[in-house]
Design a protein around this ligand. Structure first.
Ligand SMILES: [Cu+2]
Length: 497
């Protein structure tokens, strides 16, 4: 019904216009065409002048009105070191083009007013003026030379790759429809290699798991970067063109499939410092969500963001990611708390080329763990805490021969026993309930003795270590499952006073 009414209104308005133009035609015939034309020209010329004034005043007013929400103005100073140069370049360009913009618009509308049709006016014949031509060639030439030279200077400062001697943090951003995989190098500071042929459901980047540099790489959901440190971003795409855009840092670079690009920048303002800057401005002290009185203020809710600046498909908008700039100490803490992608998702699965073997990081973590357990046991009075499980001691099936991979754990234990030379221990052997009781008892005894022998061979005082076989008498788990039986086949040490 509303639609029908609207349609009717439009038709009626159209009829009114047609009738009005007919009236106009008739009246012009009565008053004489020329006179009517002249009046129309006067009116149009006057309205063009009015438009010129409103337009130019509007341009200036909107710039003033929005100045605190535009990049480069008000609180939006650059948050990266090179951004100041880019901002000043933009301002210089805006200064010159602004002058030209205002002058040409004033002339455009003023001329259309001044030279409107008038009875008896003749055109002035103006063939050539050398002086004028020199002026309008020389001034733009000088301005353009200045802009290009200054632009090249800034380009050469911002764009070249980093010298390898410079210390920097390298991260990798891989765009896809529709999101980013962000990869950090982990404690070794190096990103591992990758190969697109290895891309799978659990390996979205095709990381090469044989490359030890990949083992500690982590892929966080949030991008955290330290203030004051150079950050180099490797930029890739897996499908279509994307664009890695950090507006507050004046960073913008295409992500092209098959053509790695990069950008480096140094953040100089933490997220918190930026918020404090925004806090000074009334525009940023309104509610973040105007419909919710309990929502934080806009400056409190502010975050740096990574956006995709290439229209890459219908989910393009969802490529936004939060970027957090923190003090270097906080960054170190955050980075240390991130677990590597490999350890979280690949370790122990069929894709793990090191399955069944221990990795360097695991060995050093275990060494620390054993030391702390040992030292706790020394101080403790509780009998339960006096017994430690040697998690990484393994024997050949059905025999007392130590497997090679047990050595690191026993070497660490030998080190502790040398360090705390007066500490006495008992090595206890345990088995599962499979097989004959007497055999199990004998096997556990000889396994415990193997450990004692190994420790003595490493220089531990033999009179401080005894061995005992418990067979299947002290299970810690059920013997009905594989996992339970594995846990029951264990070697323990008990600290003695
Ligand atoms: Cu995109």
């Amino acid at each position: 019904m509303t639609l029908l009414t609207l349609l009717l209104i439009f038709i009626l308005i159209a009829i009114v216009f047609v009738q009005l133009s007919k009236v106009n035609d008739l009246s012009s015939k009565i008053r004489g065409e020329e006179e009517v034309n002249r009046q129309q020209n006067d009116r149009t010329a006057l309205w063009l002048m009015v438009f010129c004034v409103v337009f130019l005043v509007g341009c200036v007013a909107s710039a003033i009105y929005y100045k605190n929400v535009m990049l480069g103005y008000g609180p939006h100073e650059s948050a990266s070191a090179h951004g100041y140069d880019l901002d000043s370049l933009f301002n210089i360009t805006l200064f010159f083009t602004g002058i030209v913009f205002v002058i040409t618009h004033i002339y455009l509308f003023w001329f259309s007013y001044k030279y409107r049709e008038e009875t008896g006016r003749k055109a002035y014949f103006f063939p050539h003026n050398t002086q004028l031509e020199i002026i309008w060639t020389a001034i733009p030439f000088a301005v353009l030379v200045f802009l290009v030279v200054r632009g090249l200077q800034v380009w050469n400062e911002v764009m070249p790759d980093l010298d390898p001697s410079v210390e920097y943090l390298e991260i990798e951003a891989t765009g896809f429809q529709f999101g980013w995989d962000i990869r950090y190098p982990g404690p070794d500071g190096k990103l591992g290699s990758k190969n697109f042929r290895k891309i799978s459901g659990t390996n979205s980047l095709g990381l090469n798991w044989d490359d030890p540099k990949n083992i500690d790489d982590f892929m966080p959901s949030e991008i955290v970067i330290p203030k004051g440190k150079k950050v180099r971003v490797r930029i890739n795409s897996k499908d279509v063109l994307h664009n890695f855009y950090l507006p507050h840092f004046r960073v913008k670079m295409d992500a092209v499939p098959g053509l790695p690009t990069y950008f480096h920048f140094t953040p100089v303002t933490t997220t918190e410092e930026y918020r404090q800057r925004l806090r000074e401005y009334p525009e940023w002290n309104t509610l973040h969500d105007p419909d919710d009185p309990s929502s934080p203020l806009r400056w409190e809710a502010f975050n740096y963001e990574l956006a995709c600046a290439e229209l890459c498909g219908n989910g393009h908008w969802s490529m936004r990611r939060i970027v957090r700039v923190v003090e270097p100490e906080e960054y170190e803490e955050w980075a240390a708390s991130q677990e590597s992608y490999f350890m979280q998702n690949i370790r122990g699965t069929d894709d793990d080329p090191f399955k069944g073997k221990l990795l360097g990081t695991e060995i050093s973590t275990r060494a620390k763990e054993l030391t702390s357990e040992f030292e706790t046991a020394m101080k403790s009075d509780e009998s339960a805490e006096k017994t430690l499980n040697l998690e990484h001691v393994f024997f050949e099936t059905g025999s007392a021969v130590l497997q090679n991979k047990s050595k690191f754990e026993l070497d660490n234990l030998a080190g502790l026993l040398t360090q705390y030379a007066s500490q006495k221990i008992e090595v206890g052997g345990h088995t599962d309930s499979v097989g004959d009781d007497t055999n199990n008892m004998r096997l556990s005894q000889s396994r415990a003795q193997s450990v004692v022998d190994y420790l003595s061979s490493k220089g531990v005082n033999a009179s401080n270590i005894s061995s005992k076989g418990y067979g299947e008498t002290k299970p810690v788990e059920t013997n009905d499952t594989d996992e339970g039986r594995q846990k029951n086949r264990r070697t323990e040490i008990t600290l003695k006073s």
